[in-house]
Design a protein around this ligand. Structure first.
Ligand code: 13P
Length: 270
């Protein structure tokens, strides 16, 4: 049974973290958590995410309609963007939107995070594409993000910020940290003359580590991105290894990840 109050406190903690780490300014950013197929908690619109207490948090249904909100609070203006992620990715338990400075600078410059430059970024994220610009609070943003949802766990929002999602709130927040750290390293290495990228063999080894770890989510190690019109590392996602007959590795990794999640949930570790 989900302890709703505990989750509200977690949302406030993550709000403080994104505010204190300069991932949002003023009242920017929003956070949501799935409680059940038709109940979601989300941050209210127009408040600083660094100063929230549990009574700020609103509850909405799968369409983003208010189920419960205390007087003076309305759900985030970007709730439709969050709901589209949950609709298209039933494996997702939480969504985080922020404006971290390096990642947002890449989003403004129109440069996706696709260069394979350090092991953790390749293993944890794969690539971070840019969803085409949409006016905040309208359906333009969910519509722009949708095509990336089957293939990625993070996107940059053109001229706007970043959006990450994962199995639970901590994991979705960690994705945001990873995106920002990757963007910062990419920016700084460009200042130093340009990053030295991994070659195909190095990338293939990192994909293999990812498969062995059985990490949840969508990643080029388990998907044939280029065949689906998505552009990631130059090695072409896992198409190459699938052609060599390792499709079952990807399926095995998904299965191991799903069993691991169930065991951790039963042990109360999720
Ligand atoms: P809300 O305060 O409505 O969640 O909006 C903040 C934001 O960052 C919009 O992109």
């Amino acid at each position: 049974m989900v302890n709703e109050f505990e989750i509200k406190k977690q949302i406030c903690d993550i709000g403080k973290r994104i505010y204190n780490r300069n991932m949002v300014a003023a009242n920017d950013g929003n956070i949501s958590v799935k409680l059940s197929d038709n109940e979601f908690l989300c941050t209210p619109t127009g408040v600083s995410k660094g100063f929230m207490t549990p009574e700020y948090i609103c509850k909405v249904d799968a369409k983003g309609n208010v189920i419960q909100a205390n007087p003076g609070f309305r759900p985030s203006s970007e709730i439709k963007m969050h709901m589209r992620v949950y609709e298209k990715r039933p494996d997702v338990g939480a969504v985080v939107h922020a404006h971290p400075t390096f990642a947002t600078s890449f989003a403004i410059a129109g440069i996706p995070l696709t260069q394979p430059i350090m092991p953790e970024a390749v293993i944890a994220l794969g690539c971070v594409p840019i969803a085409e610009y949409g006016t905040p609070s309208t359906m333009e943003i969910p519509d722009a993000v949708e095509k990336y949802l089957p293939y990625y766990d993070a996107v940059l929002l053109e001229n706007h910020g970043a959006l990450t999602w994962s199995v639970d709130l901590l994991a979705a927040y960690m994705k945001m940290e990873s995106v920002e750290f990757y963007a910062e390293l990419l920016y700084k290495s460009k200042m130093l003359g340009g990053p030295k990228e991994f070659d195909k063999e190095q990338i293939a080894k990192l994909y293999e580590i990812r498969r062995k770890m059985g990490l949840p989510g969508k990643h080029p190690a388990n998907l044939c991105l280029n065949k689906n019109g998505m552009n990631c590392h130059n090695c072409g996602g896992s198409c190459h290894s699938q052609e060599e007959g390792t499709t079952s590795n990807a399926a095995d990794a998904e299965l191991v990840a799903s069993i691991t999640r169930q065991v951790m949930a039963q042990l109360g570790l999720k």
